[in-house]
Design a protein around this ligand. Structure first.
Ligand SMILES: [Zn+2]
Length: 338
């Protein structure tokens, strides 16, 4: 790639912008007053990748009179940590990024409708609607099942679906509902059916794909966790999200999520914006375990929030340089004439 910008040094880590795609949406295509969300998982500290996502979320909401919902995506109970949630709330405060809904204090006060681990009954009720429609089945597949399928077929298992034909086995759903980390049972999947889904991505344009290509998604796993694929669909519906802004690594997950939403009764799909991802020079994605790109480490080392936003804007491909941008000026990245 001859036109790739030179690597930037971020606290010792060599990072490059994701190459090859547009970074800035056409300002005229941005919807008025969108409801969007910032939805980190408390499985580590905020890093530069989150900061890129935050630029888009708060910047576009600011440019178009929108509304930012903060959601804590701790559906994976084994990997989520209360101390990580506390740290990311602190970090947002230090960065000057305030959600419109709910106030950060709502998380610190206890149970909230914006923390997934508090909302098991909501997901259970949503799944019950699908179960009543005959769309839910128990799945006994494990890593062994997948390996056996690959050995027998001579090709790699490519989808997220069930290779074991579990739907035809009519396994005992009660063994799925009672599953826990101490007593693993069965998973639960939703039968998606055939046909394609269409959506508009504000960077990639109109897209369509068949959710069945990925197979029926697991909505509750063998140890009783609700899955990302299910929680994010239910949450985007109940929180009224009409503009989903997230990294390009989730583009392929979109048709399955759109189908789940349709099956749950969502009539109008949200708009999407899948933005470029920041990667290391080696091509690796950033990891929450790596301290050199952690927001709090850089703030502790003396960087200002405006400097970090400037760095994130360049890494996202939204700016050619790293000149500082205050939290209250992020809308300038996405306005007409920017
Ligand atoms: Zn299965």
């Amino acid at each position: 790639m001859t036109d790739e910008p030179a690597p930037a040094d971020a606290g010792g880590a060599l990072l490059v912008p994701a190459a090859g795609a547009a970074a800035r949406p056409d300002p005229r295509a941005l919807p008025a007053a969108p409801v969007t969300r910032f939805a980190p998982a408390p499985t580590g500290h905020l890093h530069l990748g989150h900061l890129v996502n935050a630029l888009y979320v708060w910047g576009i909401a600011g440019a178009r009179g929108g509304h930012v919902v903060l959601r804590i995506e701790d559906h994976d109970r084994q990997r989520s940590r209360a101390e990580h949630e506390a740290a990311l709330l602190d970090d947002l405060g230090r960065l000057g990024l305030a959600p419109d809904e709910p106030p950060i204090a709502a998380f610190r006060a206890g149970t909230t409708a914006y923390r997934q681990s508090d909302c098991g009954a909501v997901y259970a009720a949503a799944l019950e609607r699908l179960r009543a429609a005959g769309l839910v089945y128990a799945c006994a597949c494990t890593r062994t099942t997948f390996a056996e399928w690959e050995a027998a077929s001579g090709r790699p298992w490519a989808g997220m679906g069930c290779p074991g034909g579990c739907r035809d086995l009519a396994l005992d759903e009660a063994r799925a509902w009672s599953a826990s980390p101490a007593a693993p049972g069965l998973g639960l999947r939703v039968a998606l059916g055939a046909g394609s889904e269409r959506w508009l991505d504000l960077l990639a344009g109109p897209l369509s794909d068949e959710p069945a290509a990925a197979g029926d998604p697991l909505v509750r796993d063998r140890v009783g966790n609700w899955t990302y694929a299910f929680c994010v669909v239910v949450d985007d519906m109940r929180h009224g999200i009409d503009l989903v802004i997230r990294g390009r690594d989730l583009l392929e997950a979109t048709p399955v999520q759109l189908r789940l939403a349709r099956l749950l009764g969502r009539t109008a799909p949200p708009l999407f914006l899948h933005h470029p991802l920041v990667r290391r020079v080696s091509g690796q994605k950033l990891s929450k375990a790596e301290r050199d790109t952690a927001v709090r480490e850089m703030l502790d080392a003396g960087a200002t929030p405006a400097q970090l936003f400037g760095r994130a804007a360049r890494l996202a491909g939204l700016r050619q340089d790293e000149s500082p941008i205050a939290a209250g000026e992020l809308a300038s990245l996405f306005g007409v004439g920017s």
